[in-house]
Design a binder for this molecule. Structure first.
Ligand code: ADP
Length: 401
């Protein structure tokens, strides 16, 4: 069965068509600037030439229509008709406490996702628009929602509650949710396979280090803690997001700079992180790494502060699990930067971590990058959220059918 995986943002839409049985990628692509002048579709059928089309897309329905046309096009298409698409898997950012696992999308589920809009005002509405558009264009094709928050729903209360008046949890569900769950789930399961051990027997720490970054503690096959919180702003220092700060800083900056709360929040989301810390040098770790290697002070302070925060979370999660068997690196930076893995692992001597330099220099495949003597293993596992979504979708649709 072919599964269409849709990841809908406010003005963009990423898609992949995956054969769920062979797990082969059939085609993938991206619609950009939806609803904005200059929209375009990039469509890449596997093994064939990339097709780029500059074409107006007024809304997401039009974008998905173009995607479906591309997939079924006589010349560049990969399927003869839409009936060859067995199901659609939608990435949904926030499932609140309602969705602890992926679910077949019904009207009730759509309402449930809508109820979580408050918790992810930038993301959930866009995800819902993608769902509505697919429903309109492929009314008989089953759809599944796969939630970024679901994997973290196993966290115990002590990990997800904040030190706030309990009534805010009762009234508004203010608590830690965590994000990147599909990635943390995929990578931790894959790590168990690579280690040749049972998932249920392992204590794992997953470091998803990309533009957005988070760490999770996965004990005996269940997430028990993660660094992102009510929103994806908490935790590690990210590309442009601050991660953990003293909440009093918000008021302090607002007073000093004459800014509103909204303005300070925008600053914490868009102008902070490694971008802000480096004095606007870059939010891209490749640039910062270069700056570090050239001895640039801004590059050095930024990379060291970033790495220190990761090391601190690893220590916290090793404590939370009363030990750790393996640490996994994934996502843009985690997968592609031997430099950052080295910088972090160098500070994990107390866990008996010793990197194997030759292994650490490789990329693109699942790897154990520590020596056989290393008491805690370190792995590099390329994440594949789309494949994970396709798997979940296939499993649920098969079950229902
Ligand atoms: P997101 O999905 O959150 O947008 P990604 O997982 O794609 O982010 O990661 C993007 C980040 O990965 C960027 O900051 C980029 O600099 C970093 N990155 C990608 N390739 C490399 C590399 N070879 N070396 C260092 N950093 C890299």
């Amino acid at each position: 069965m072919n599964i269409l995986v849709i990841n809908c943002g406010s003005s963009s839409l990423k898609f992949q068509l995956i054969d769920a049985v062979t797990e082969e990628l059939i085609a993938k692509g991206l619609c950009e600037r939806i609803g904005i002048e200059g929209s375009n579709l990039v469509y890449q059928p596997t093994g064939k030439e990339k097709v780029e089309t500059q074409t107006p897309m007024e809304d997401h329905t039009q974008a998905i229509r173009l995607v479906l046309n591309a997939l079924t096009d006589e010349k560049t298409g990969v399927v003869k008709s839409l009936s060859e698409i067995g199901a659609v898997g939608h990435r949904v950012v926030h499932g609140g406490e309602k969705f602890a696992s992926s679910t077949v999308i019904t009207d009730e589920v759509i309402q449930g996702i809508t109820d979580c809009n408050d918790l992810a005002p930038l993301h959930n509405p866009a995800n819902l628009i993608g769902i509505a558009a697919c429903k309109e264009l492929m009314p008989d094709t089953p759809m599944v929602g796969v939630f970024d928050t679901a994997f973290h729903q196993t966290m115990p209360k002590e990990a997800y509650l904040y030190g706030l008046p309990y009534e805010y949890y009762d009234k508004y569900k203010v608590r830690r949710y965590g994000f990147h769950g599909t990635s943390h789930s995929y990578v931790s399961k894959r790590a168990a396979e690579v280690l040749g051990q049972k998932y249920e027997d392992l204590k794992l720490i997953v470091c998803h280090l990309g533009n957005g970054a988070s760490v999770s503690a996965v004990k005996n096959g269940k997430c028990i803690d993660t660094s992102m919180g009510l929103t994806p702003l908490e935790g590690l220092i990210m590309g442009t997001r601050s991660g953990d700060i003293d909440p009093a800083i918000i008021e302090f900056i607002a007073h000093k700079e004459g800014k509103s709360i909204d303005e300070v929040m925008a600053l914490l989301n868009k102008k902070s992180g490694v971008l802000g810390l480096s004095g606007d040098l870059s939010s891209d770790f490749r640039d910062l790494q270069k700056a570090y290697e050239n001895g640039d002070e801004a590059g050095i302070r930024t990379m060291e502060t970033f790495a220190y925060r990761v090391v601190k979370y690893i220590g916290a999660y090793a404590a939370a699990m009363n030990g750790v068997d393996a640490i996994c690196f994934t996502a843009g930076l985690g997968e592609n930067s031997p430099f950052i893995r080295d910088m972090i692992c160098n500070r994990l001597g107390y866990l008996g971590v010793t990197l194997e330099e030759e292994q650490n220099a490789k990329r693109g495949e699942d790897l154990i990058i520590t020596t056989p003597q290393s008491t805690t293993k370190v792995l590099m596992i390329p994440t594949n959220e789309e494949l994970a979504i396709a798997r979940e979708t296939f499993a649920l649709v098969n079950q229902a059918g």
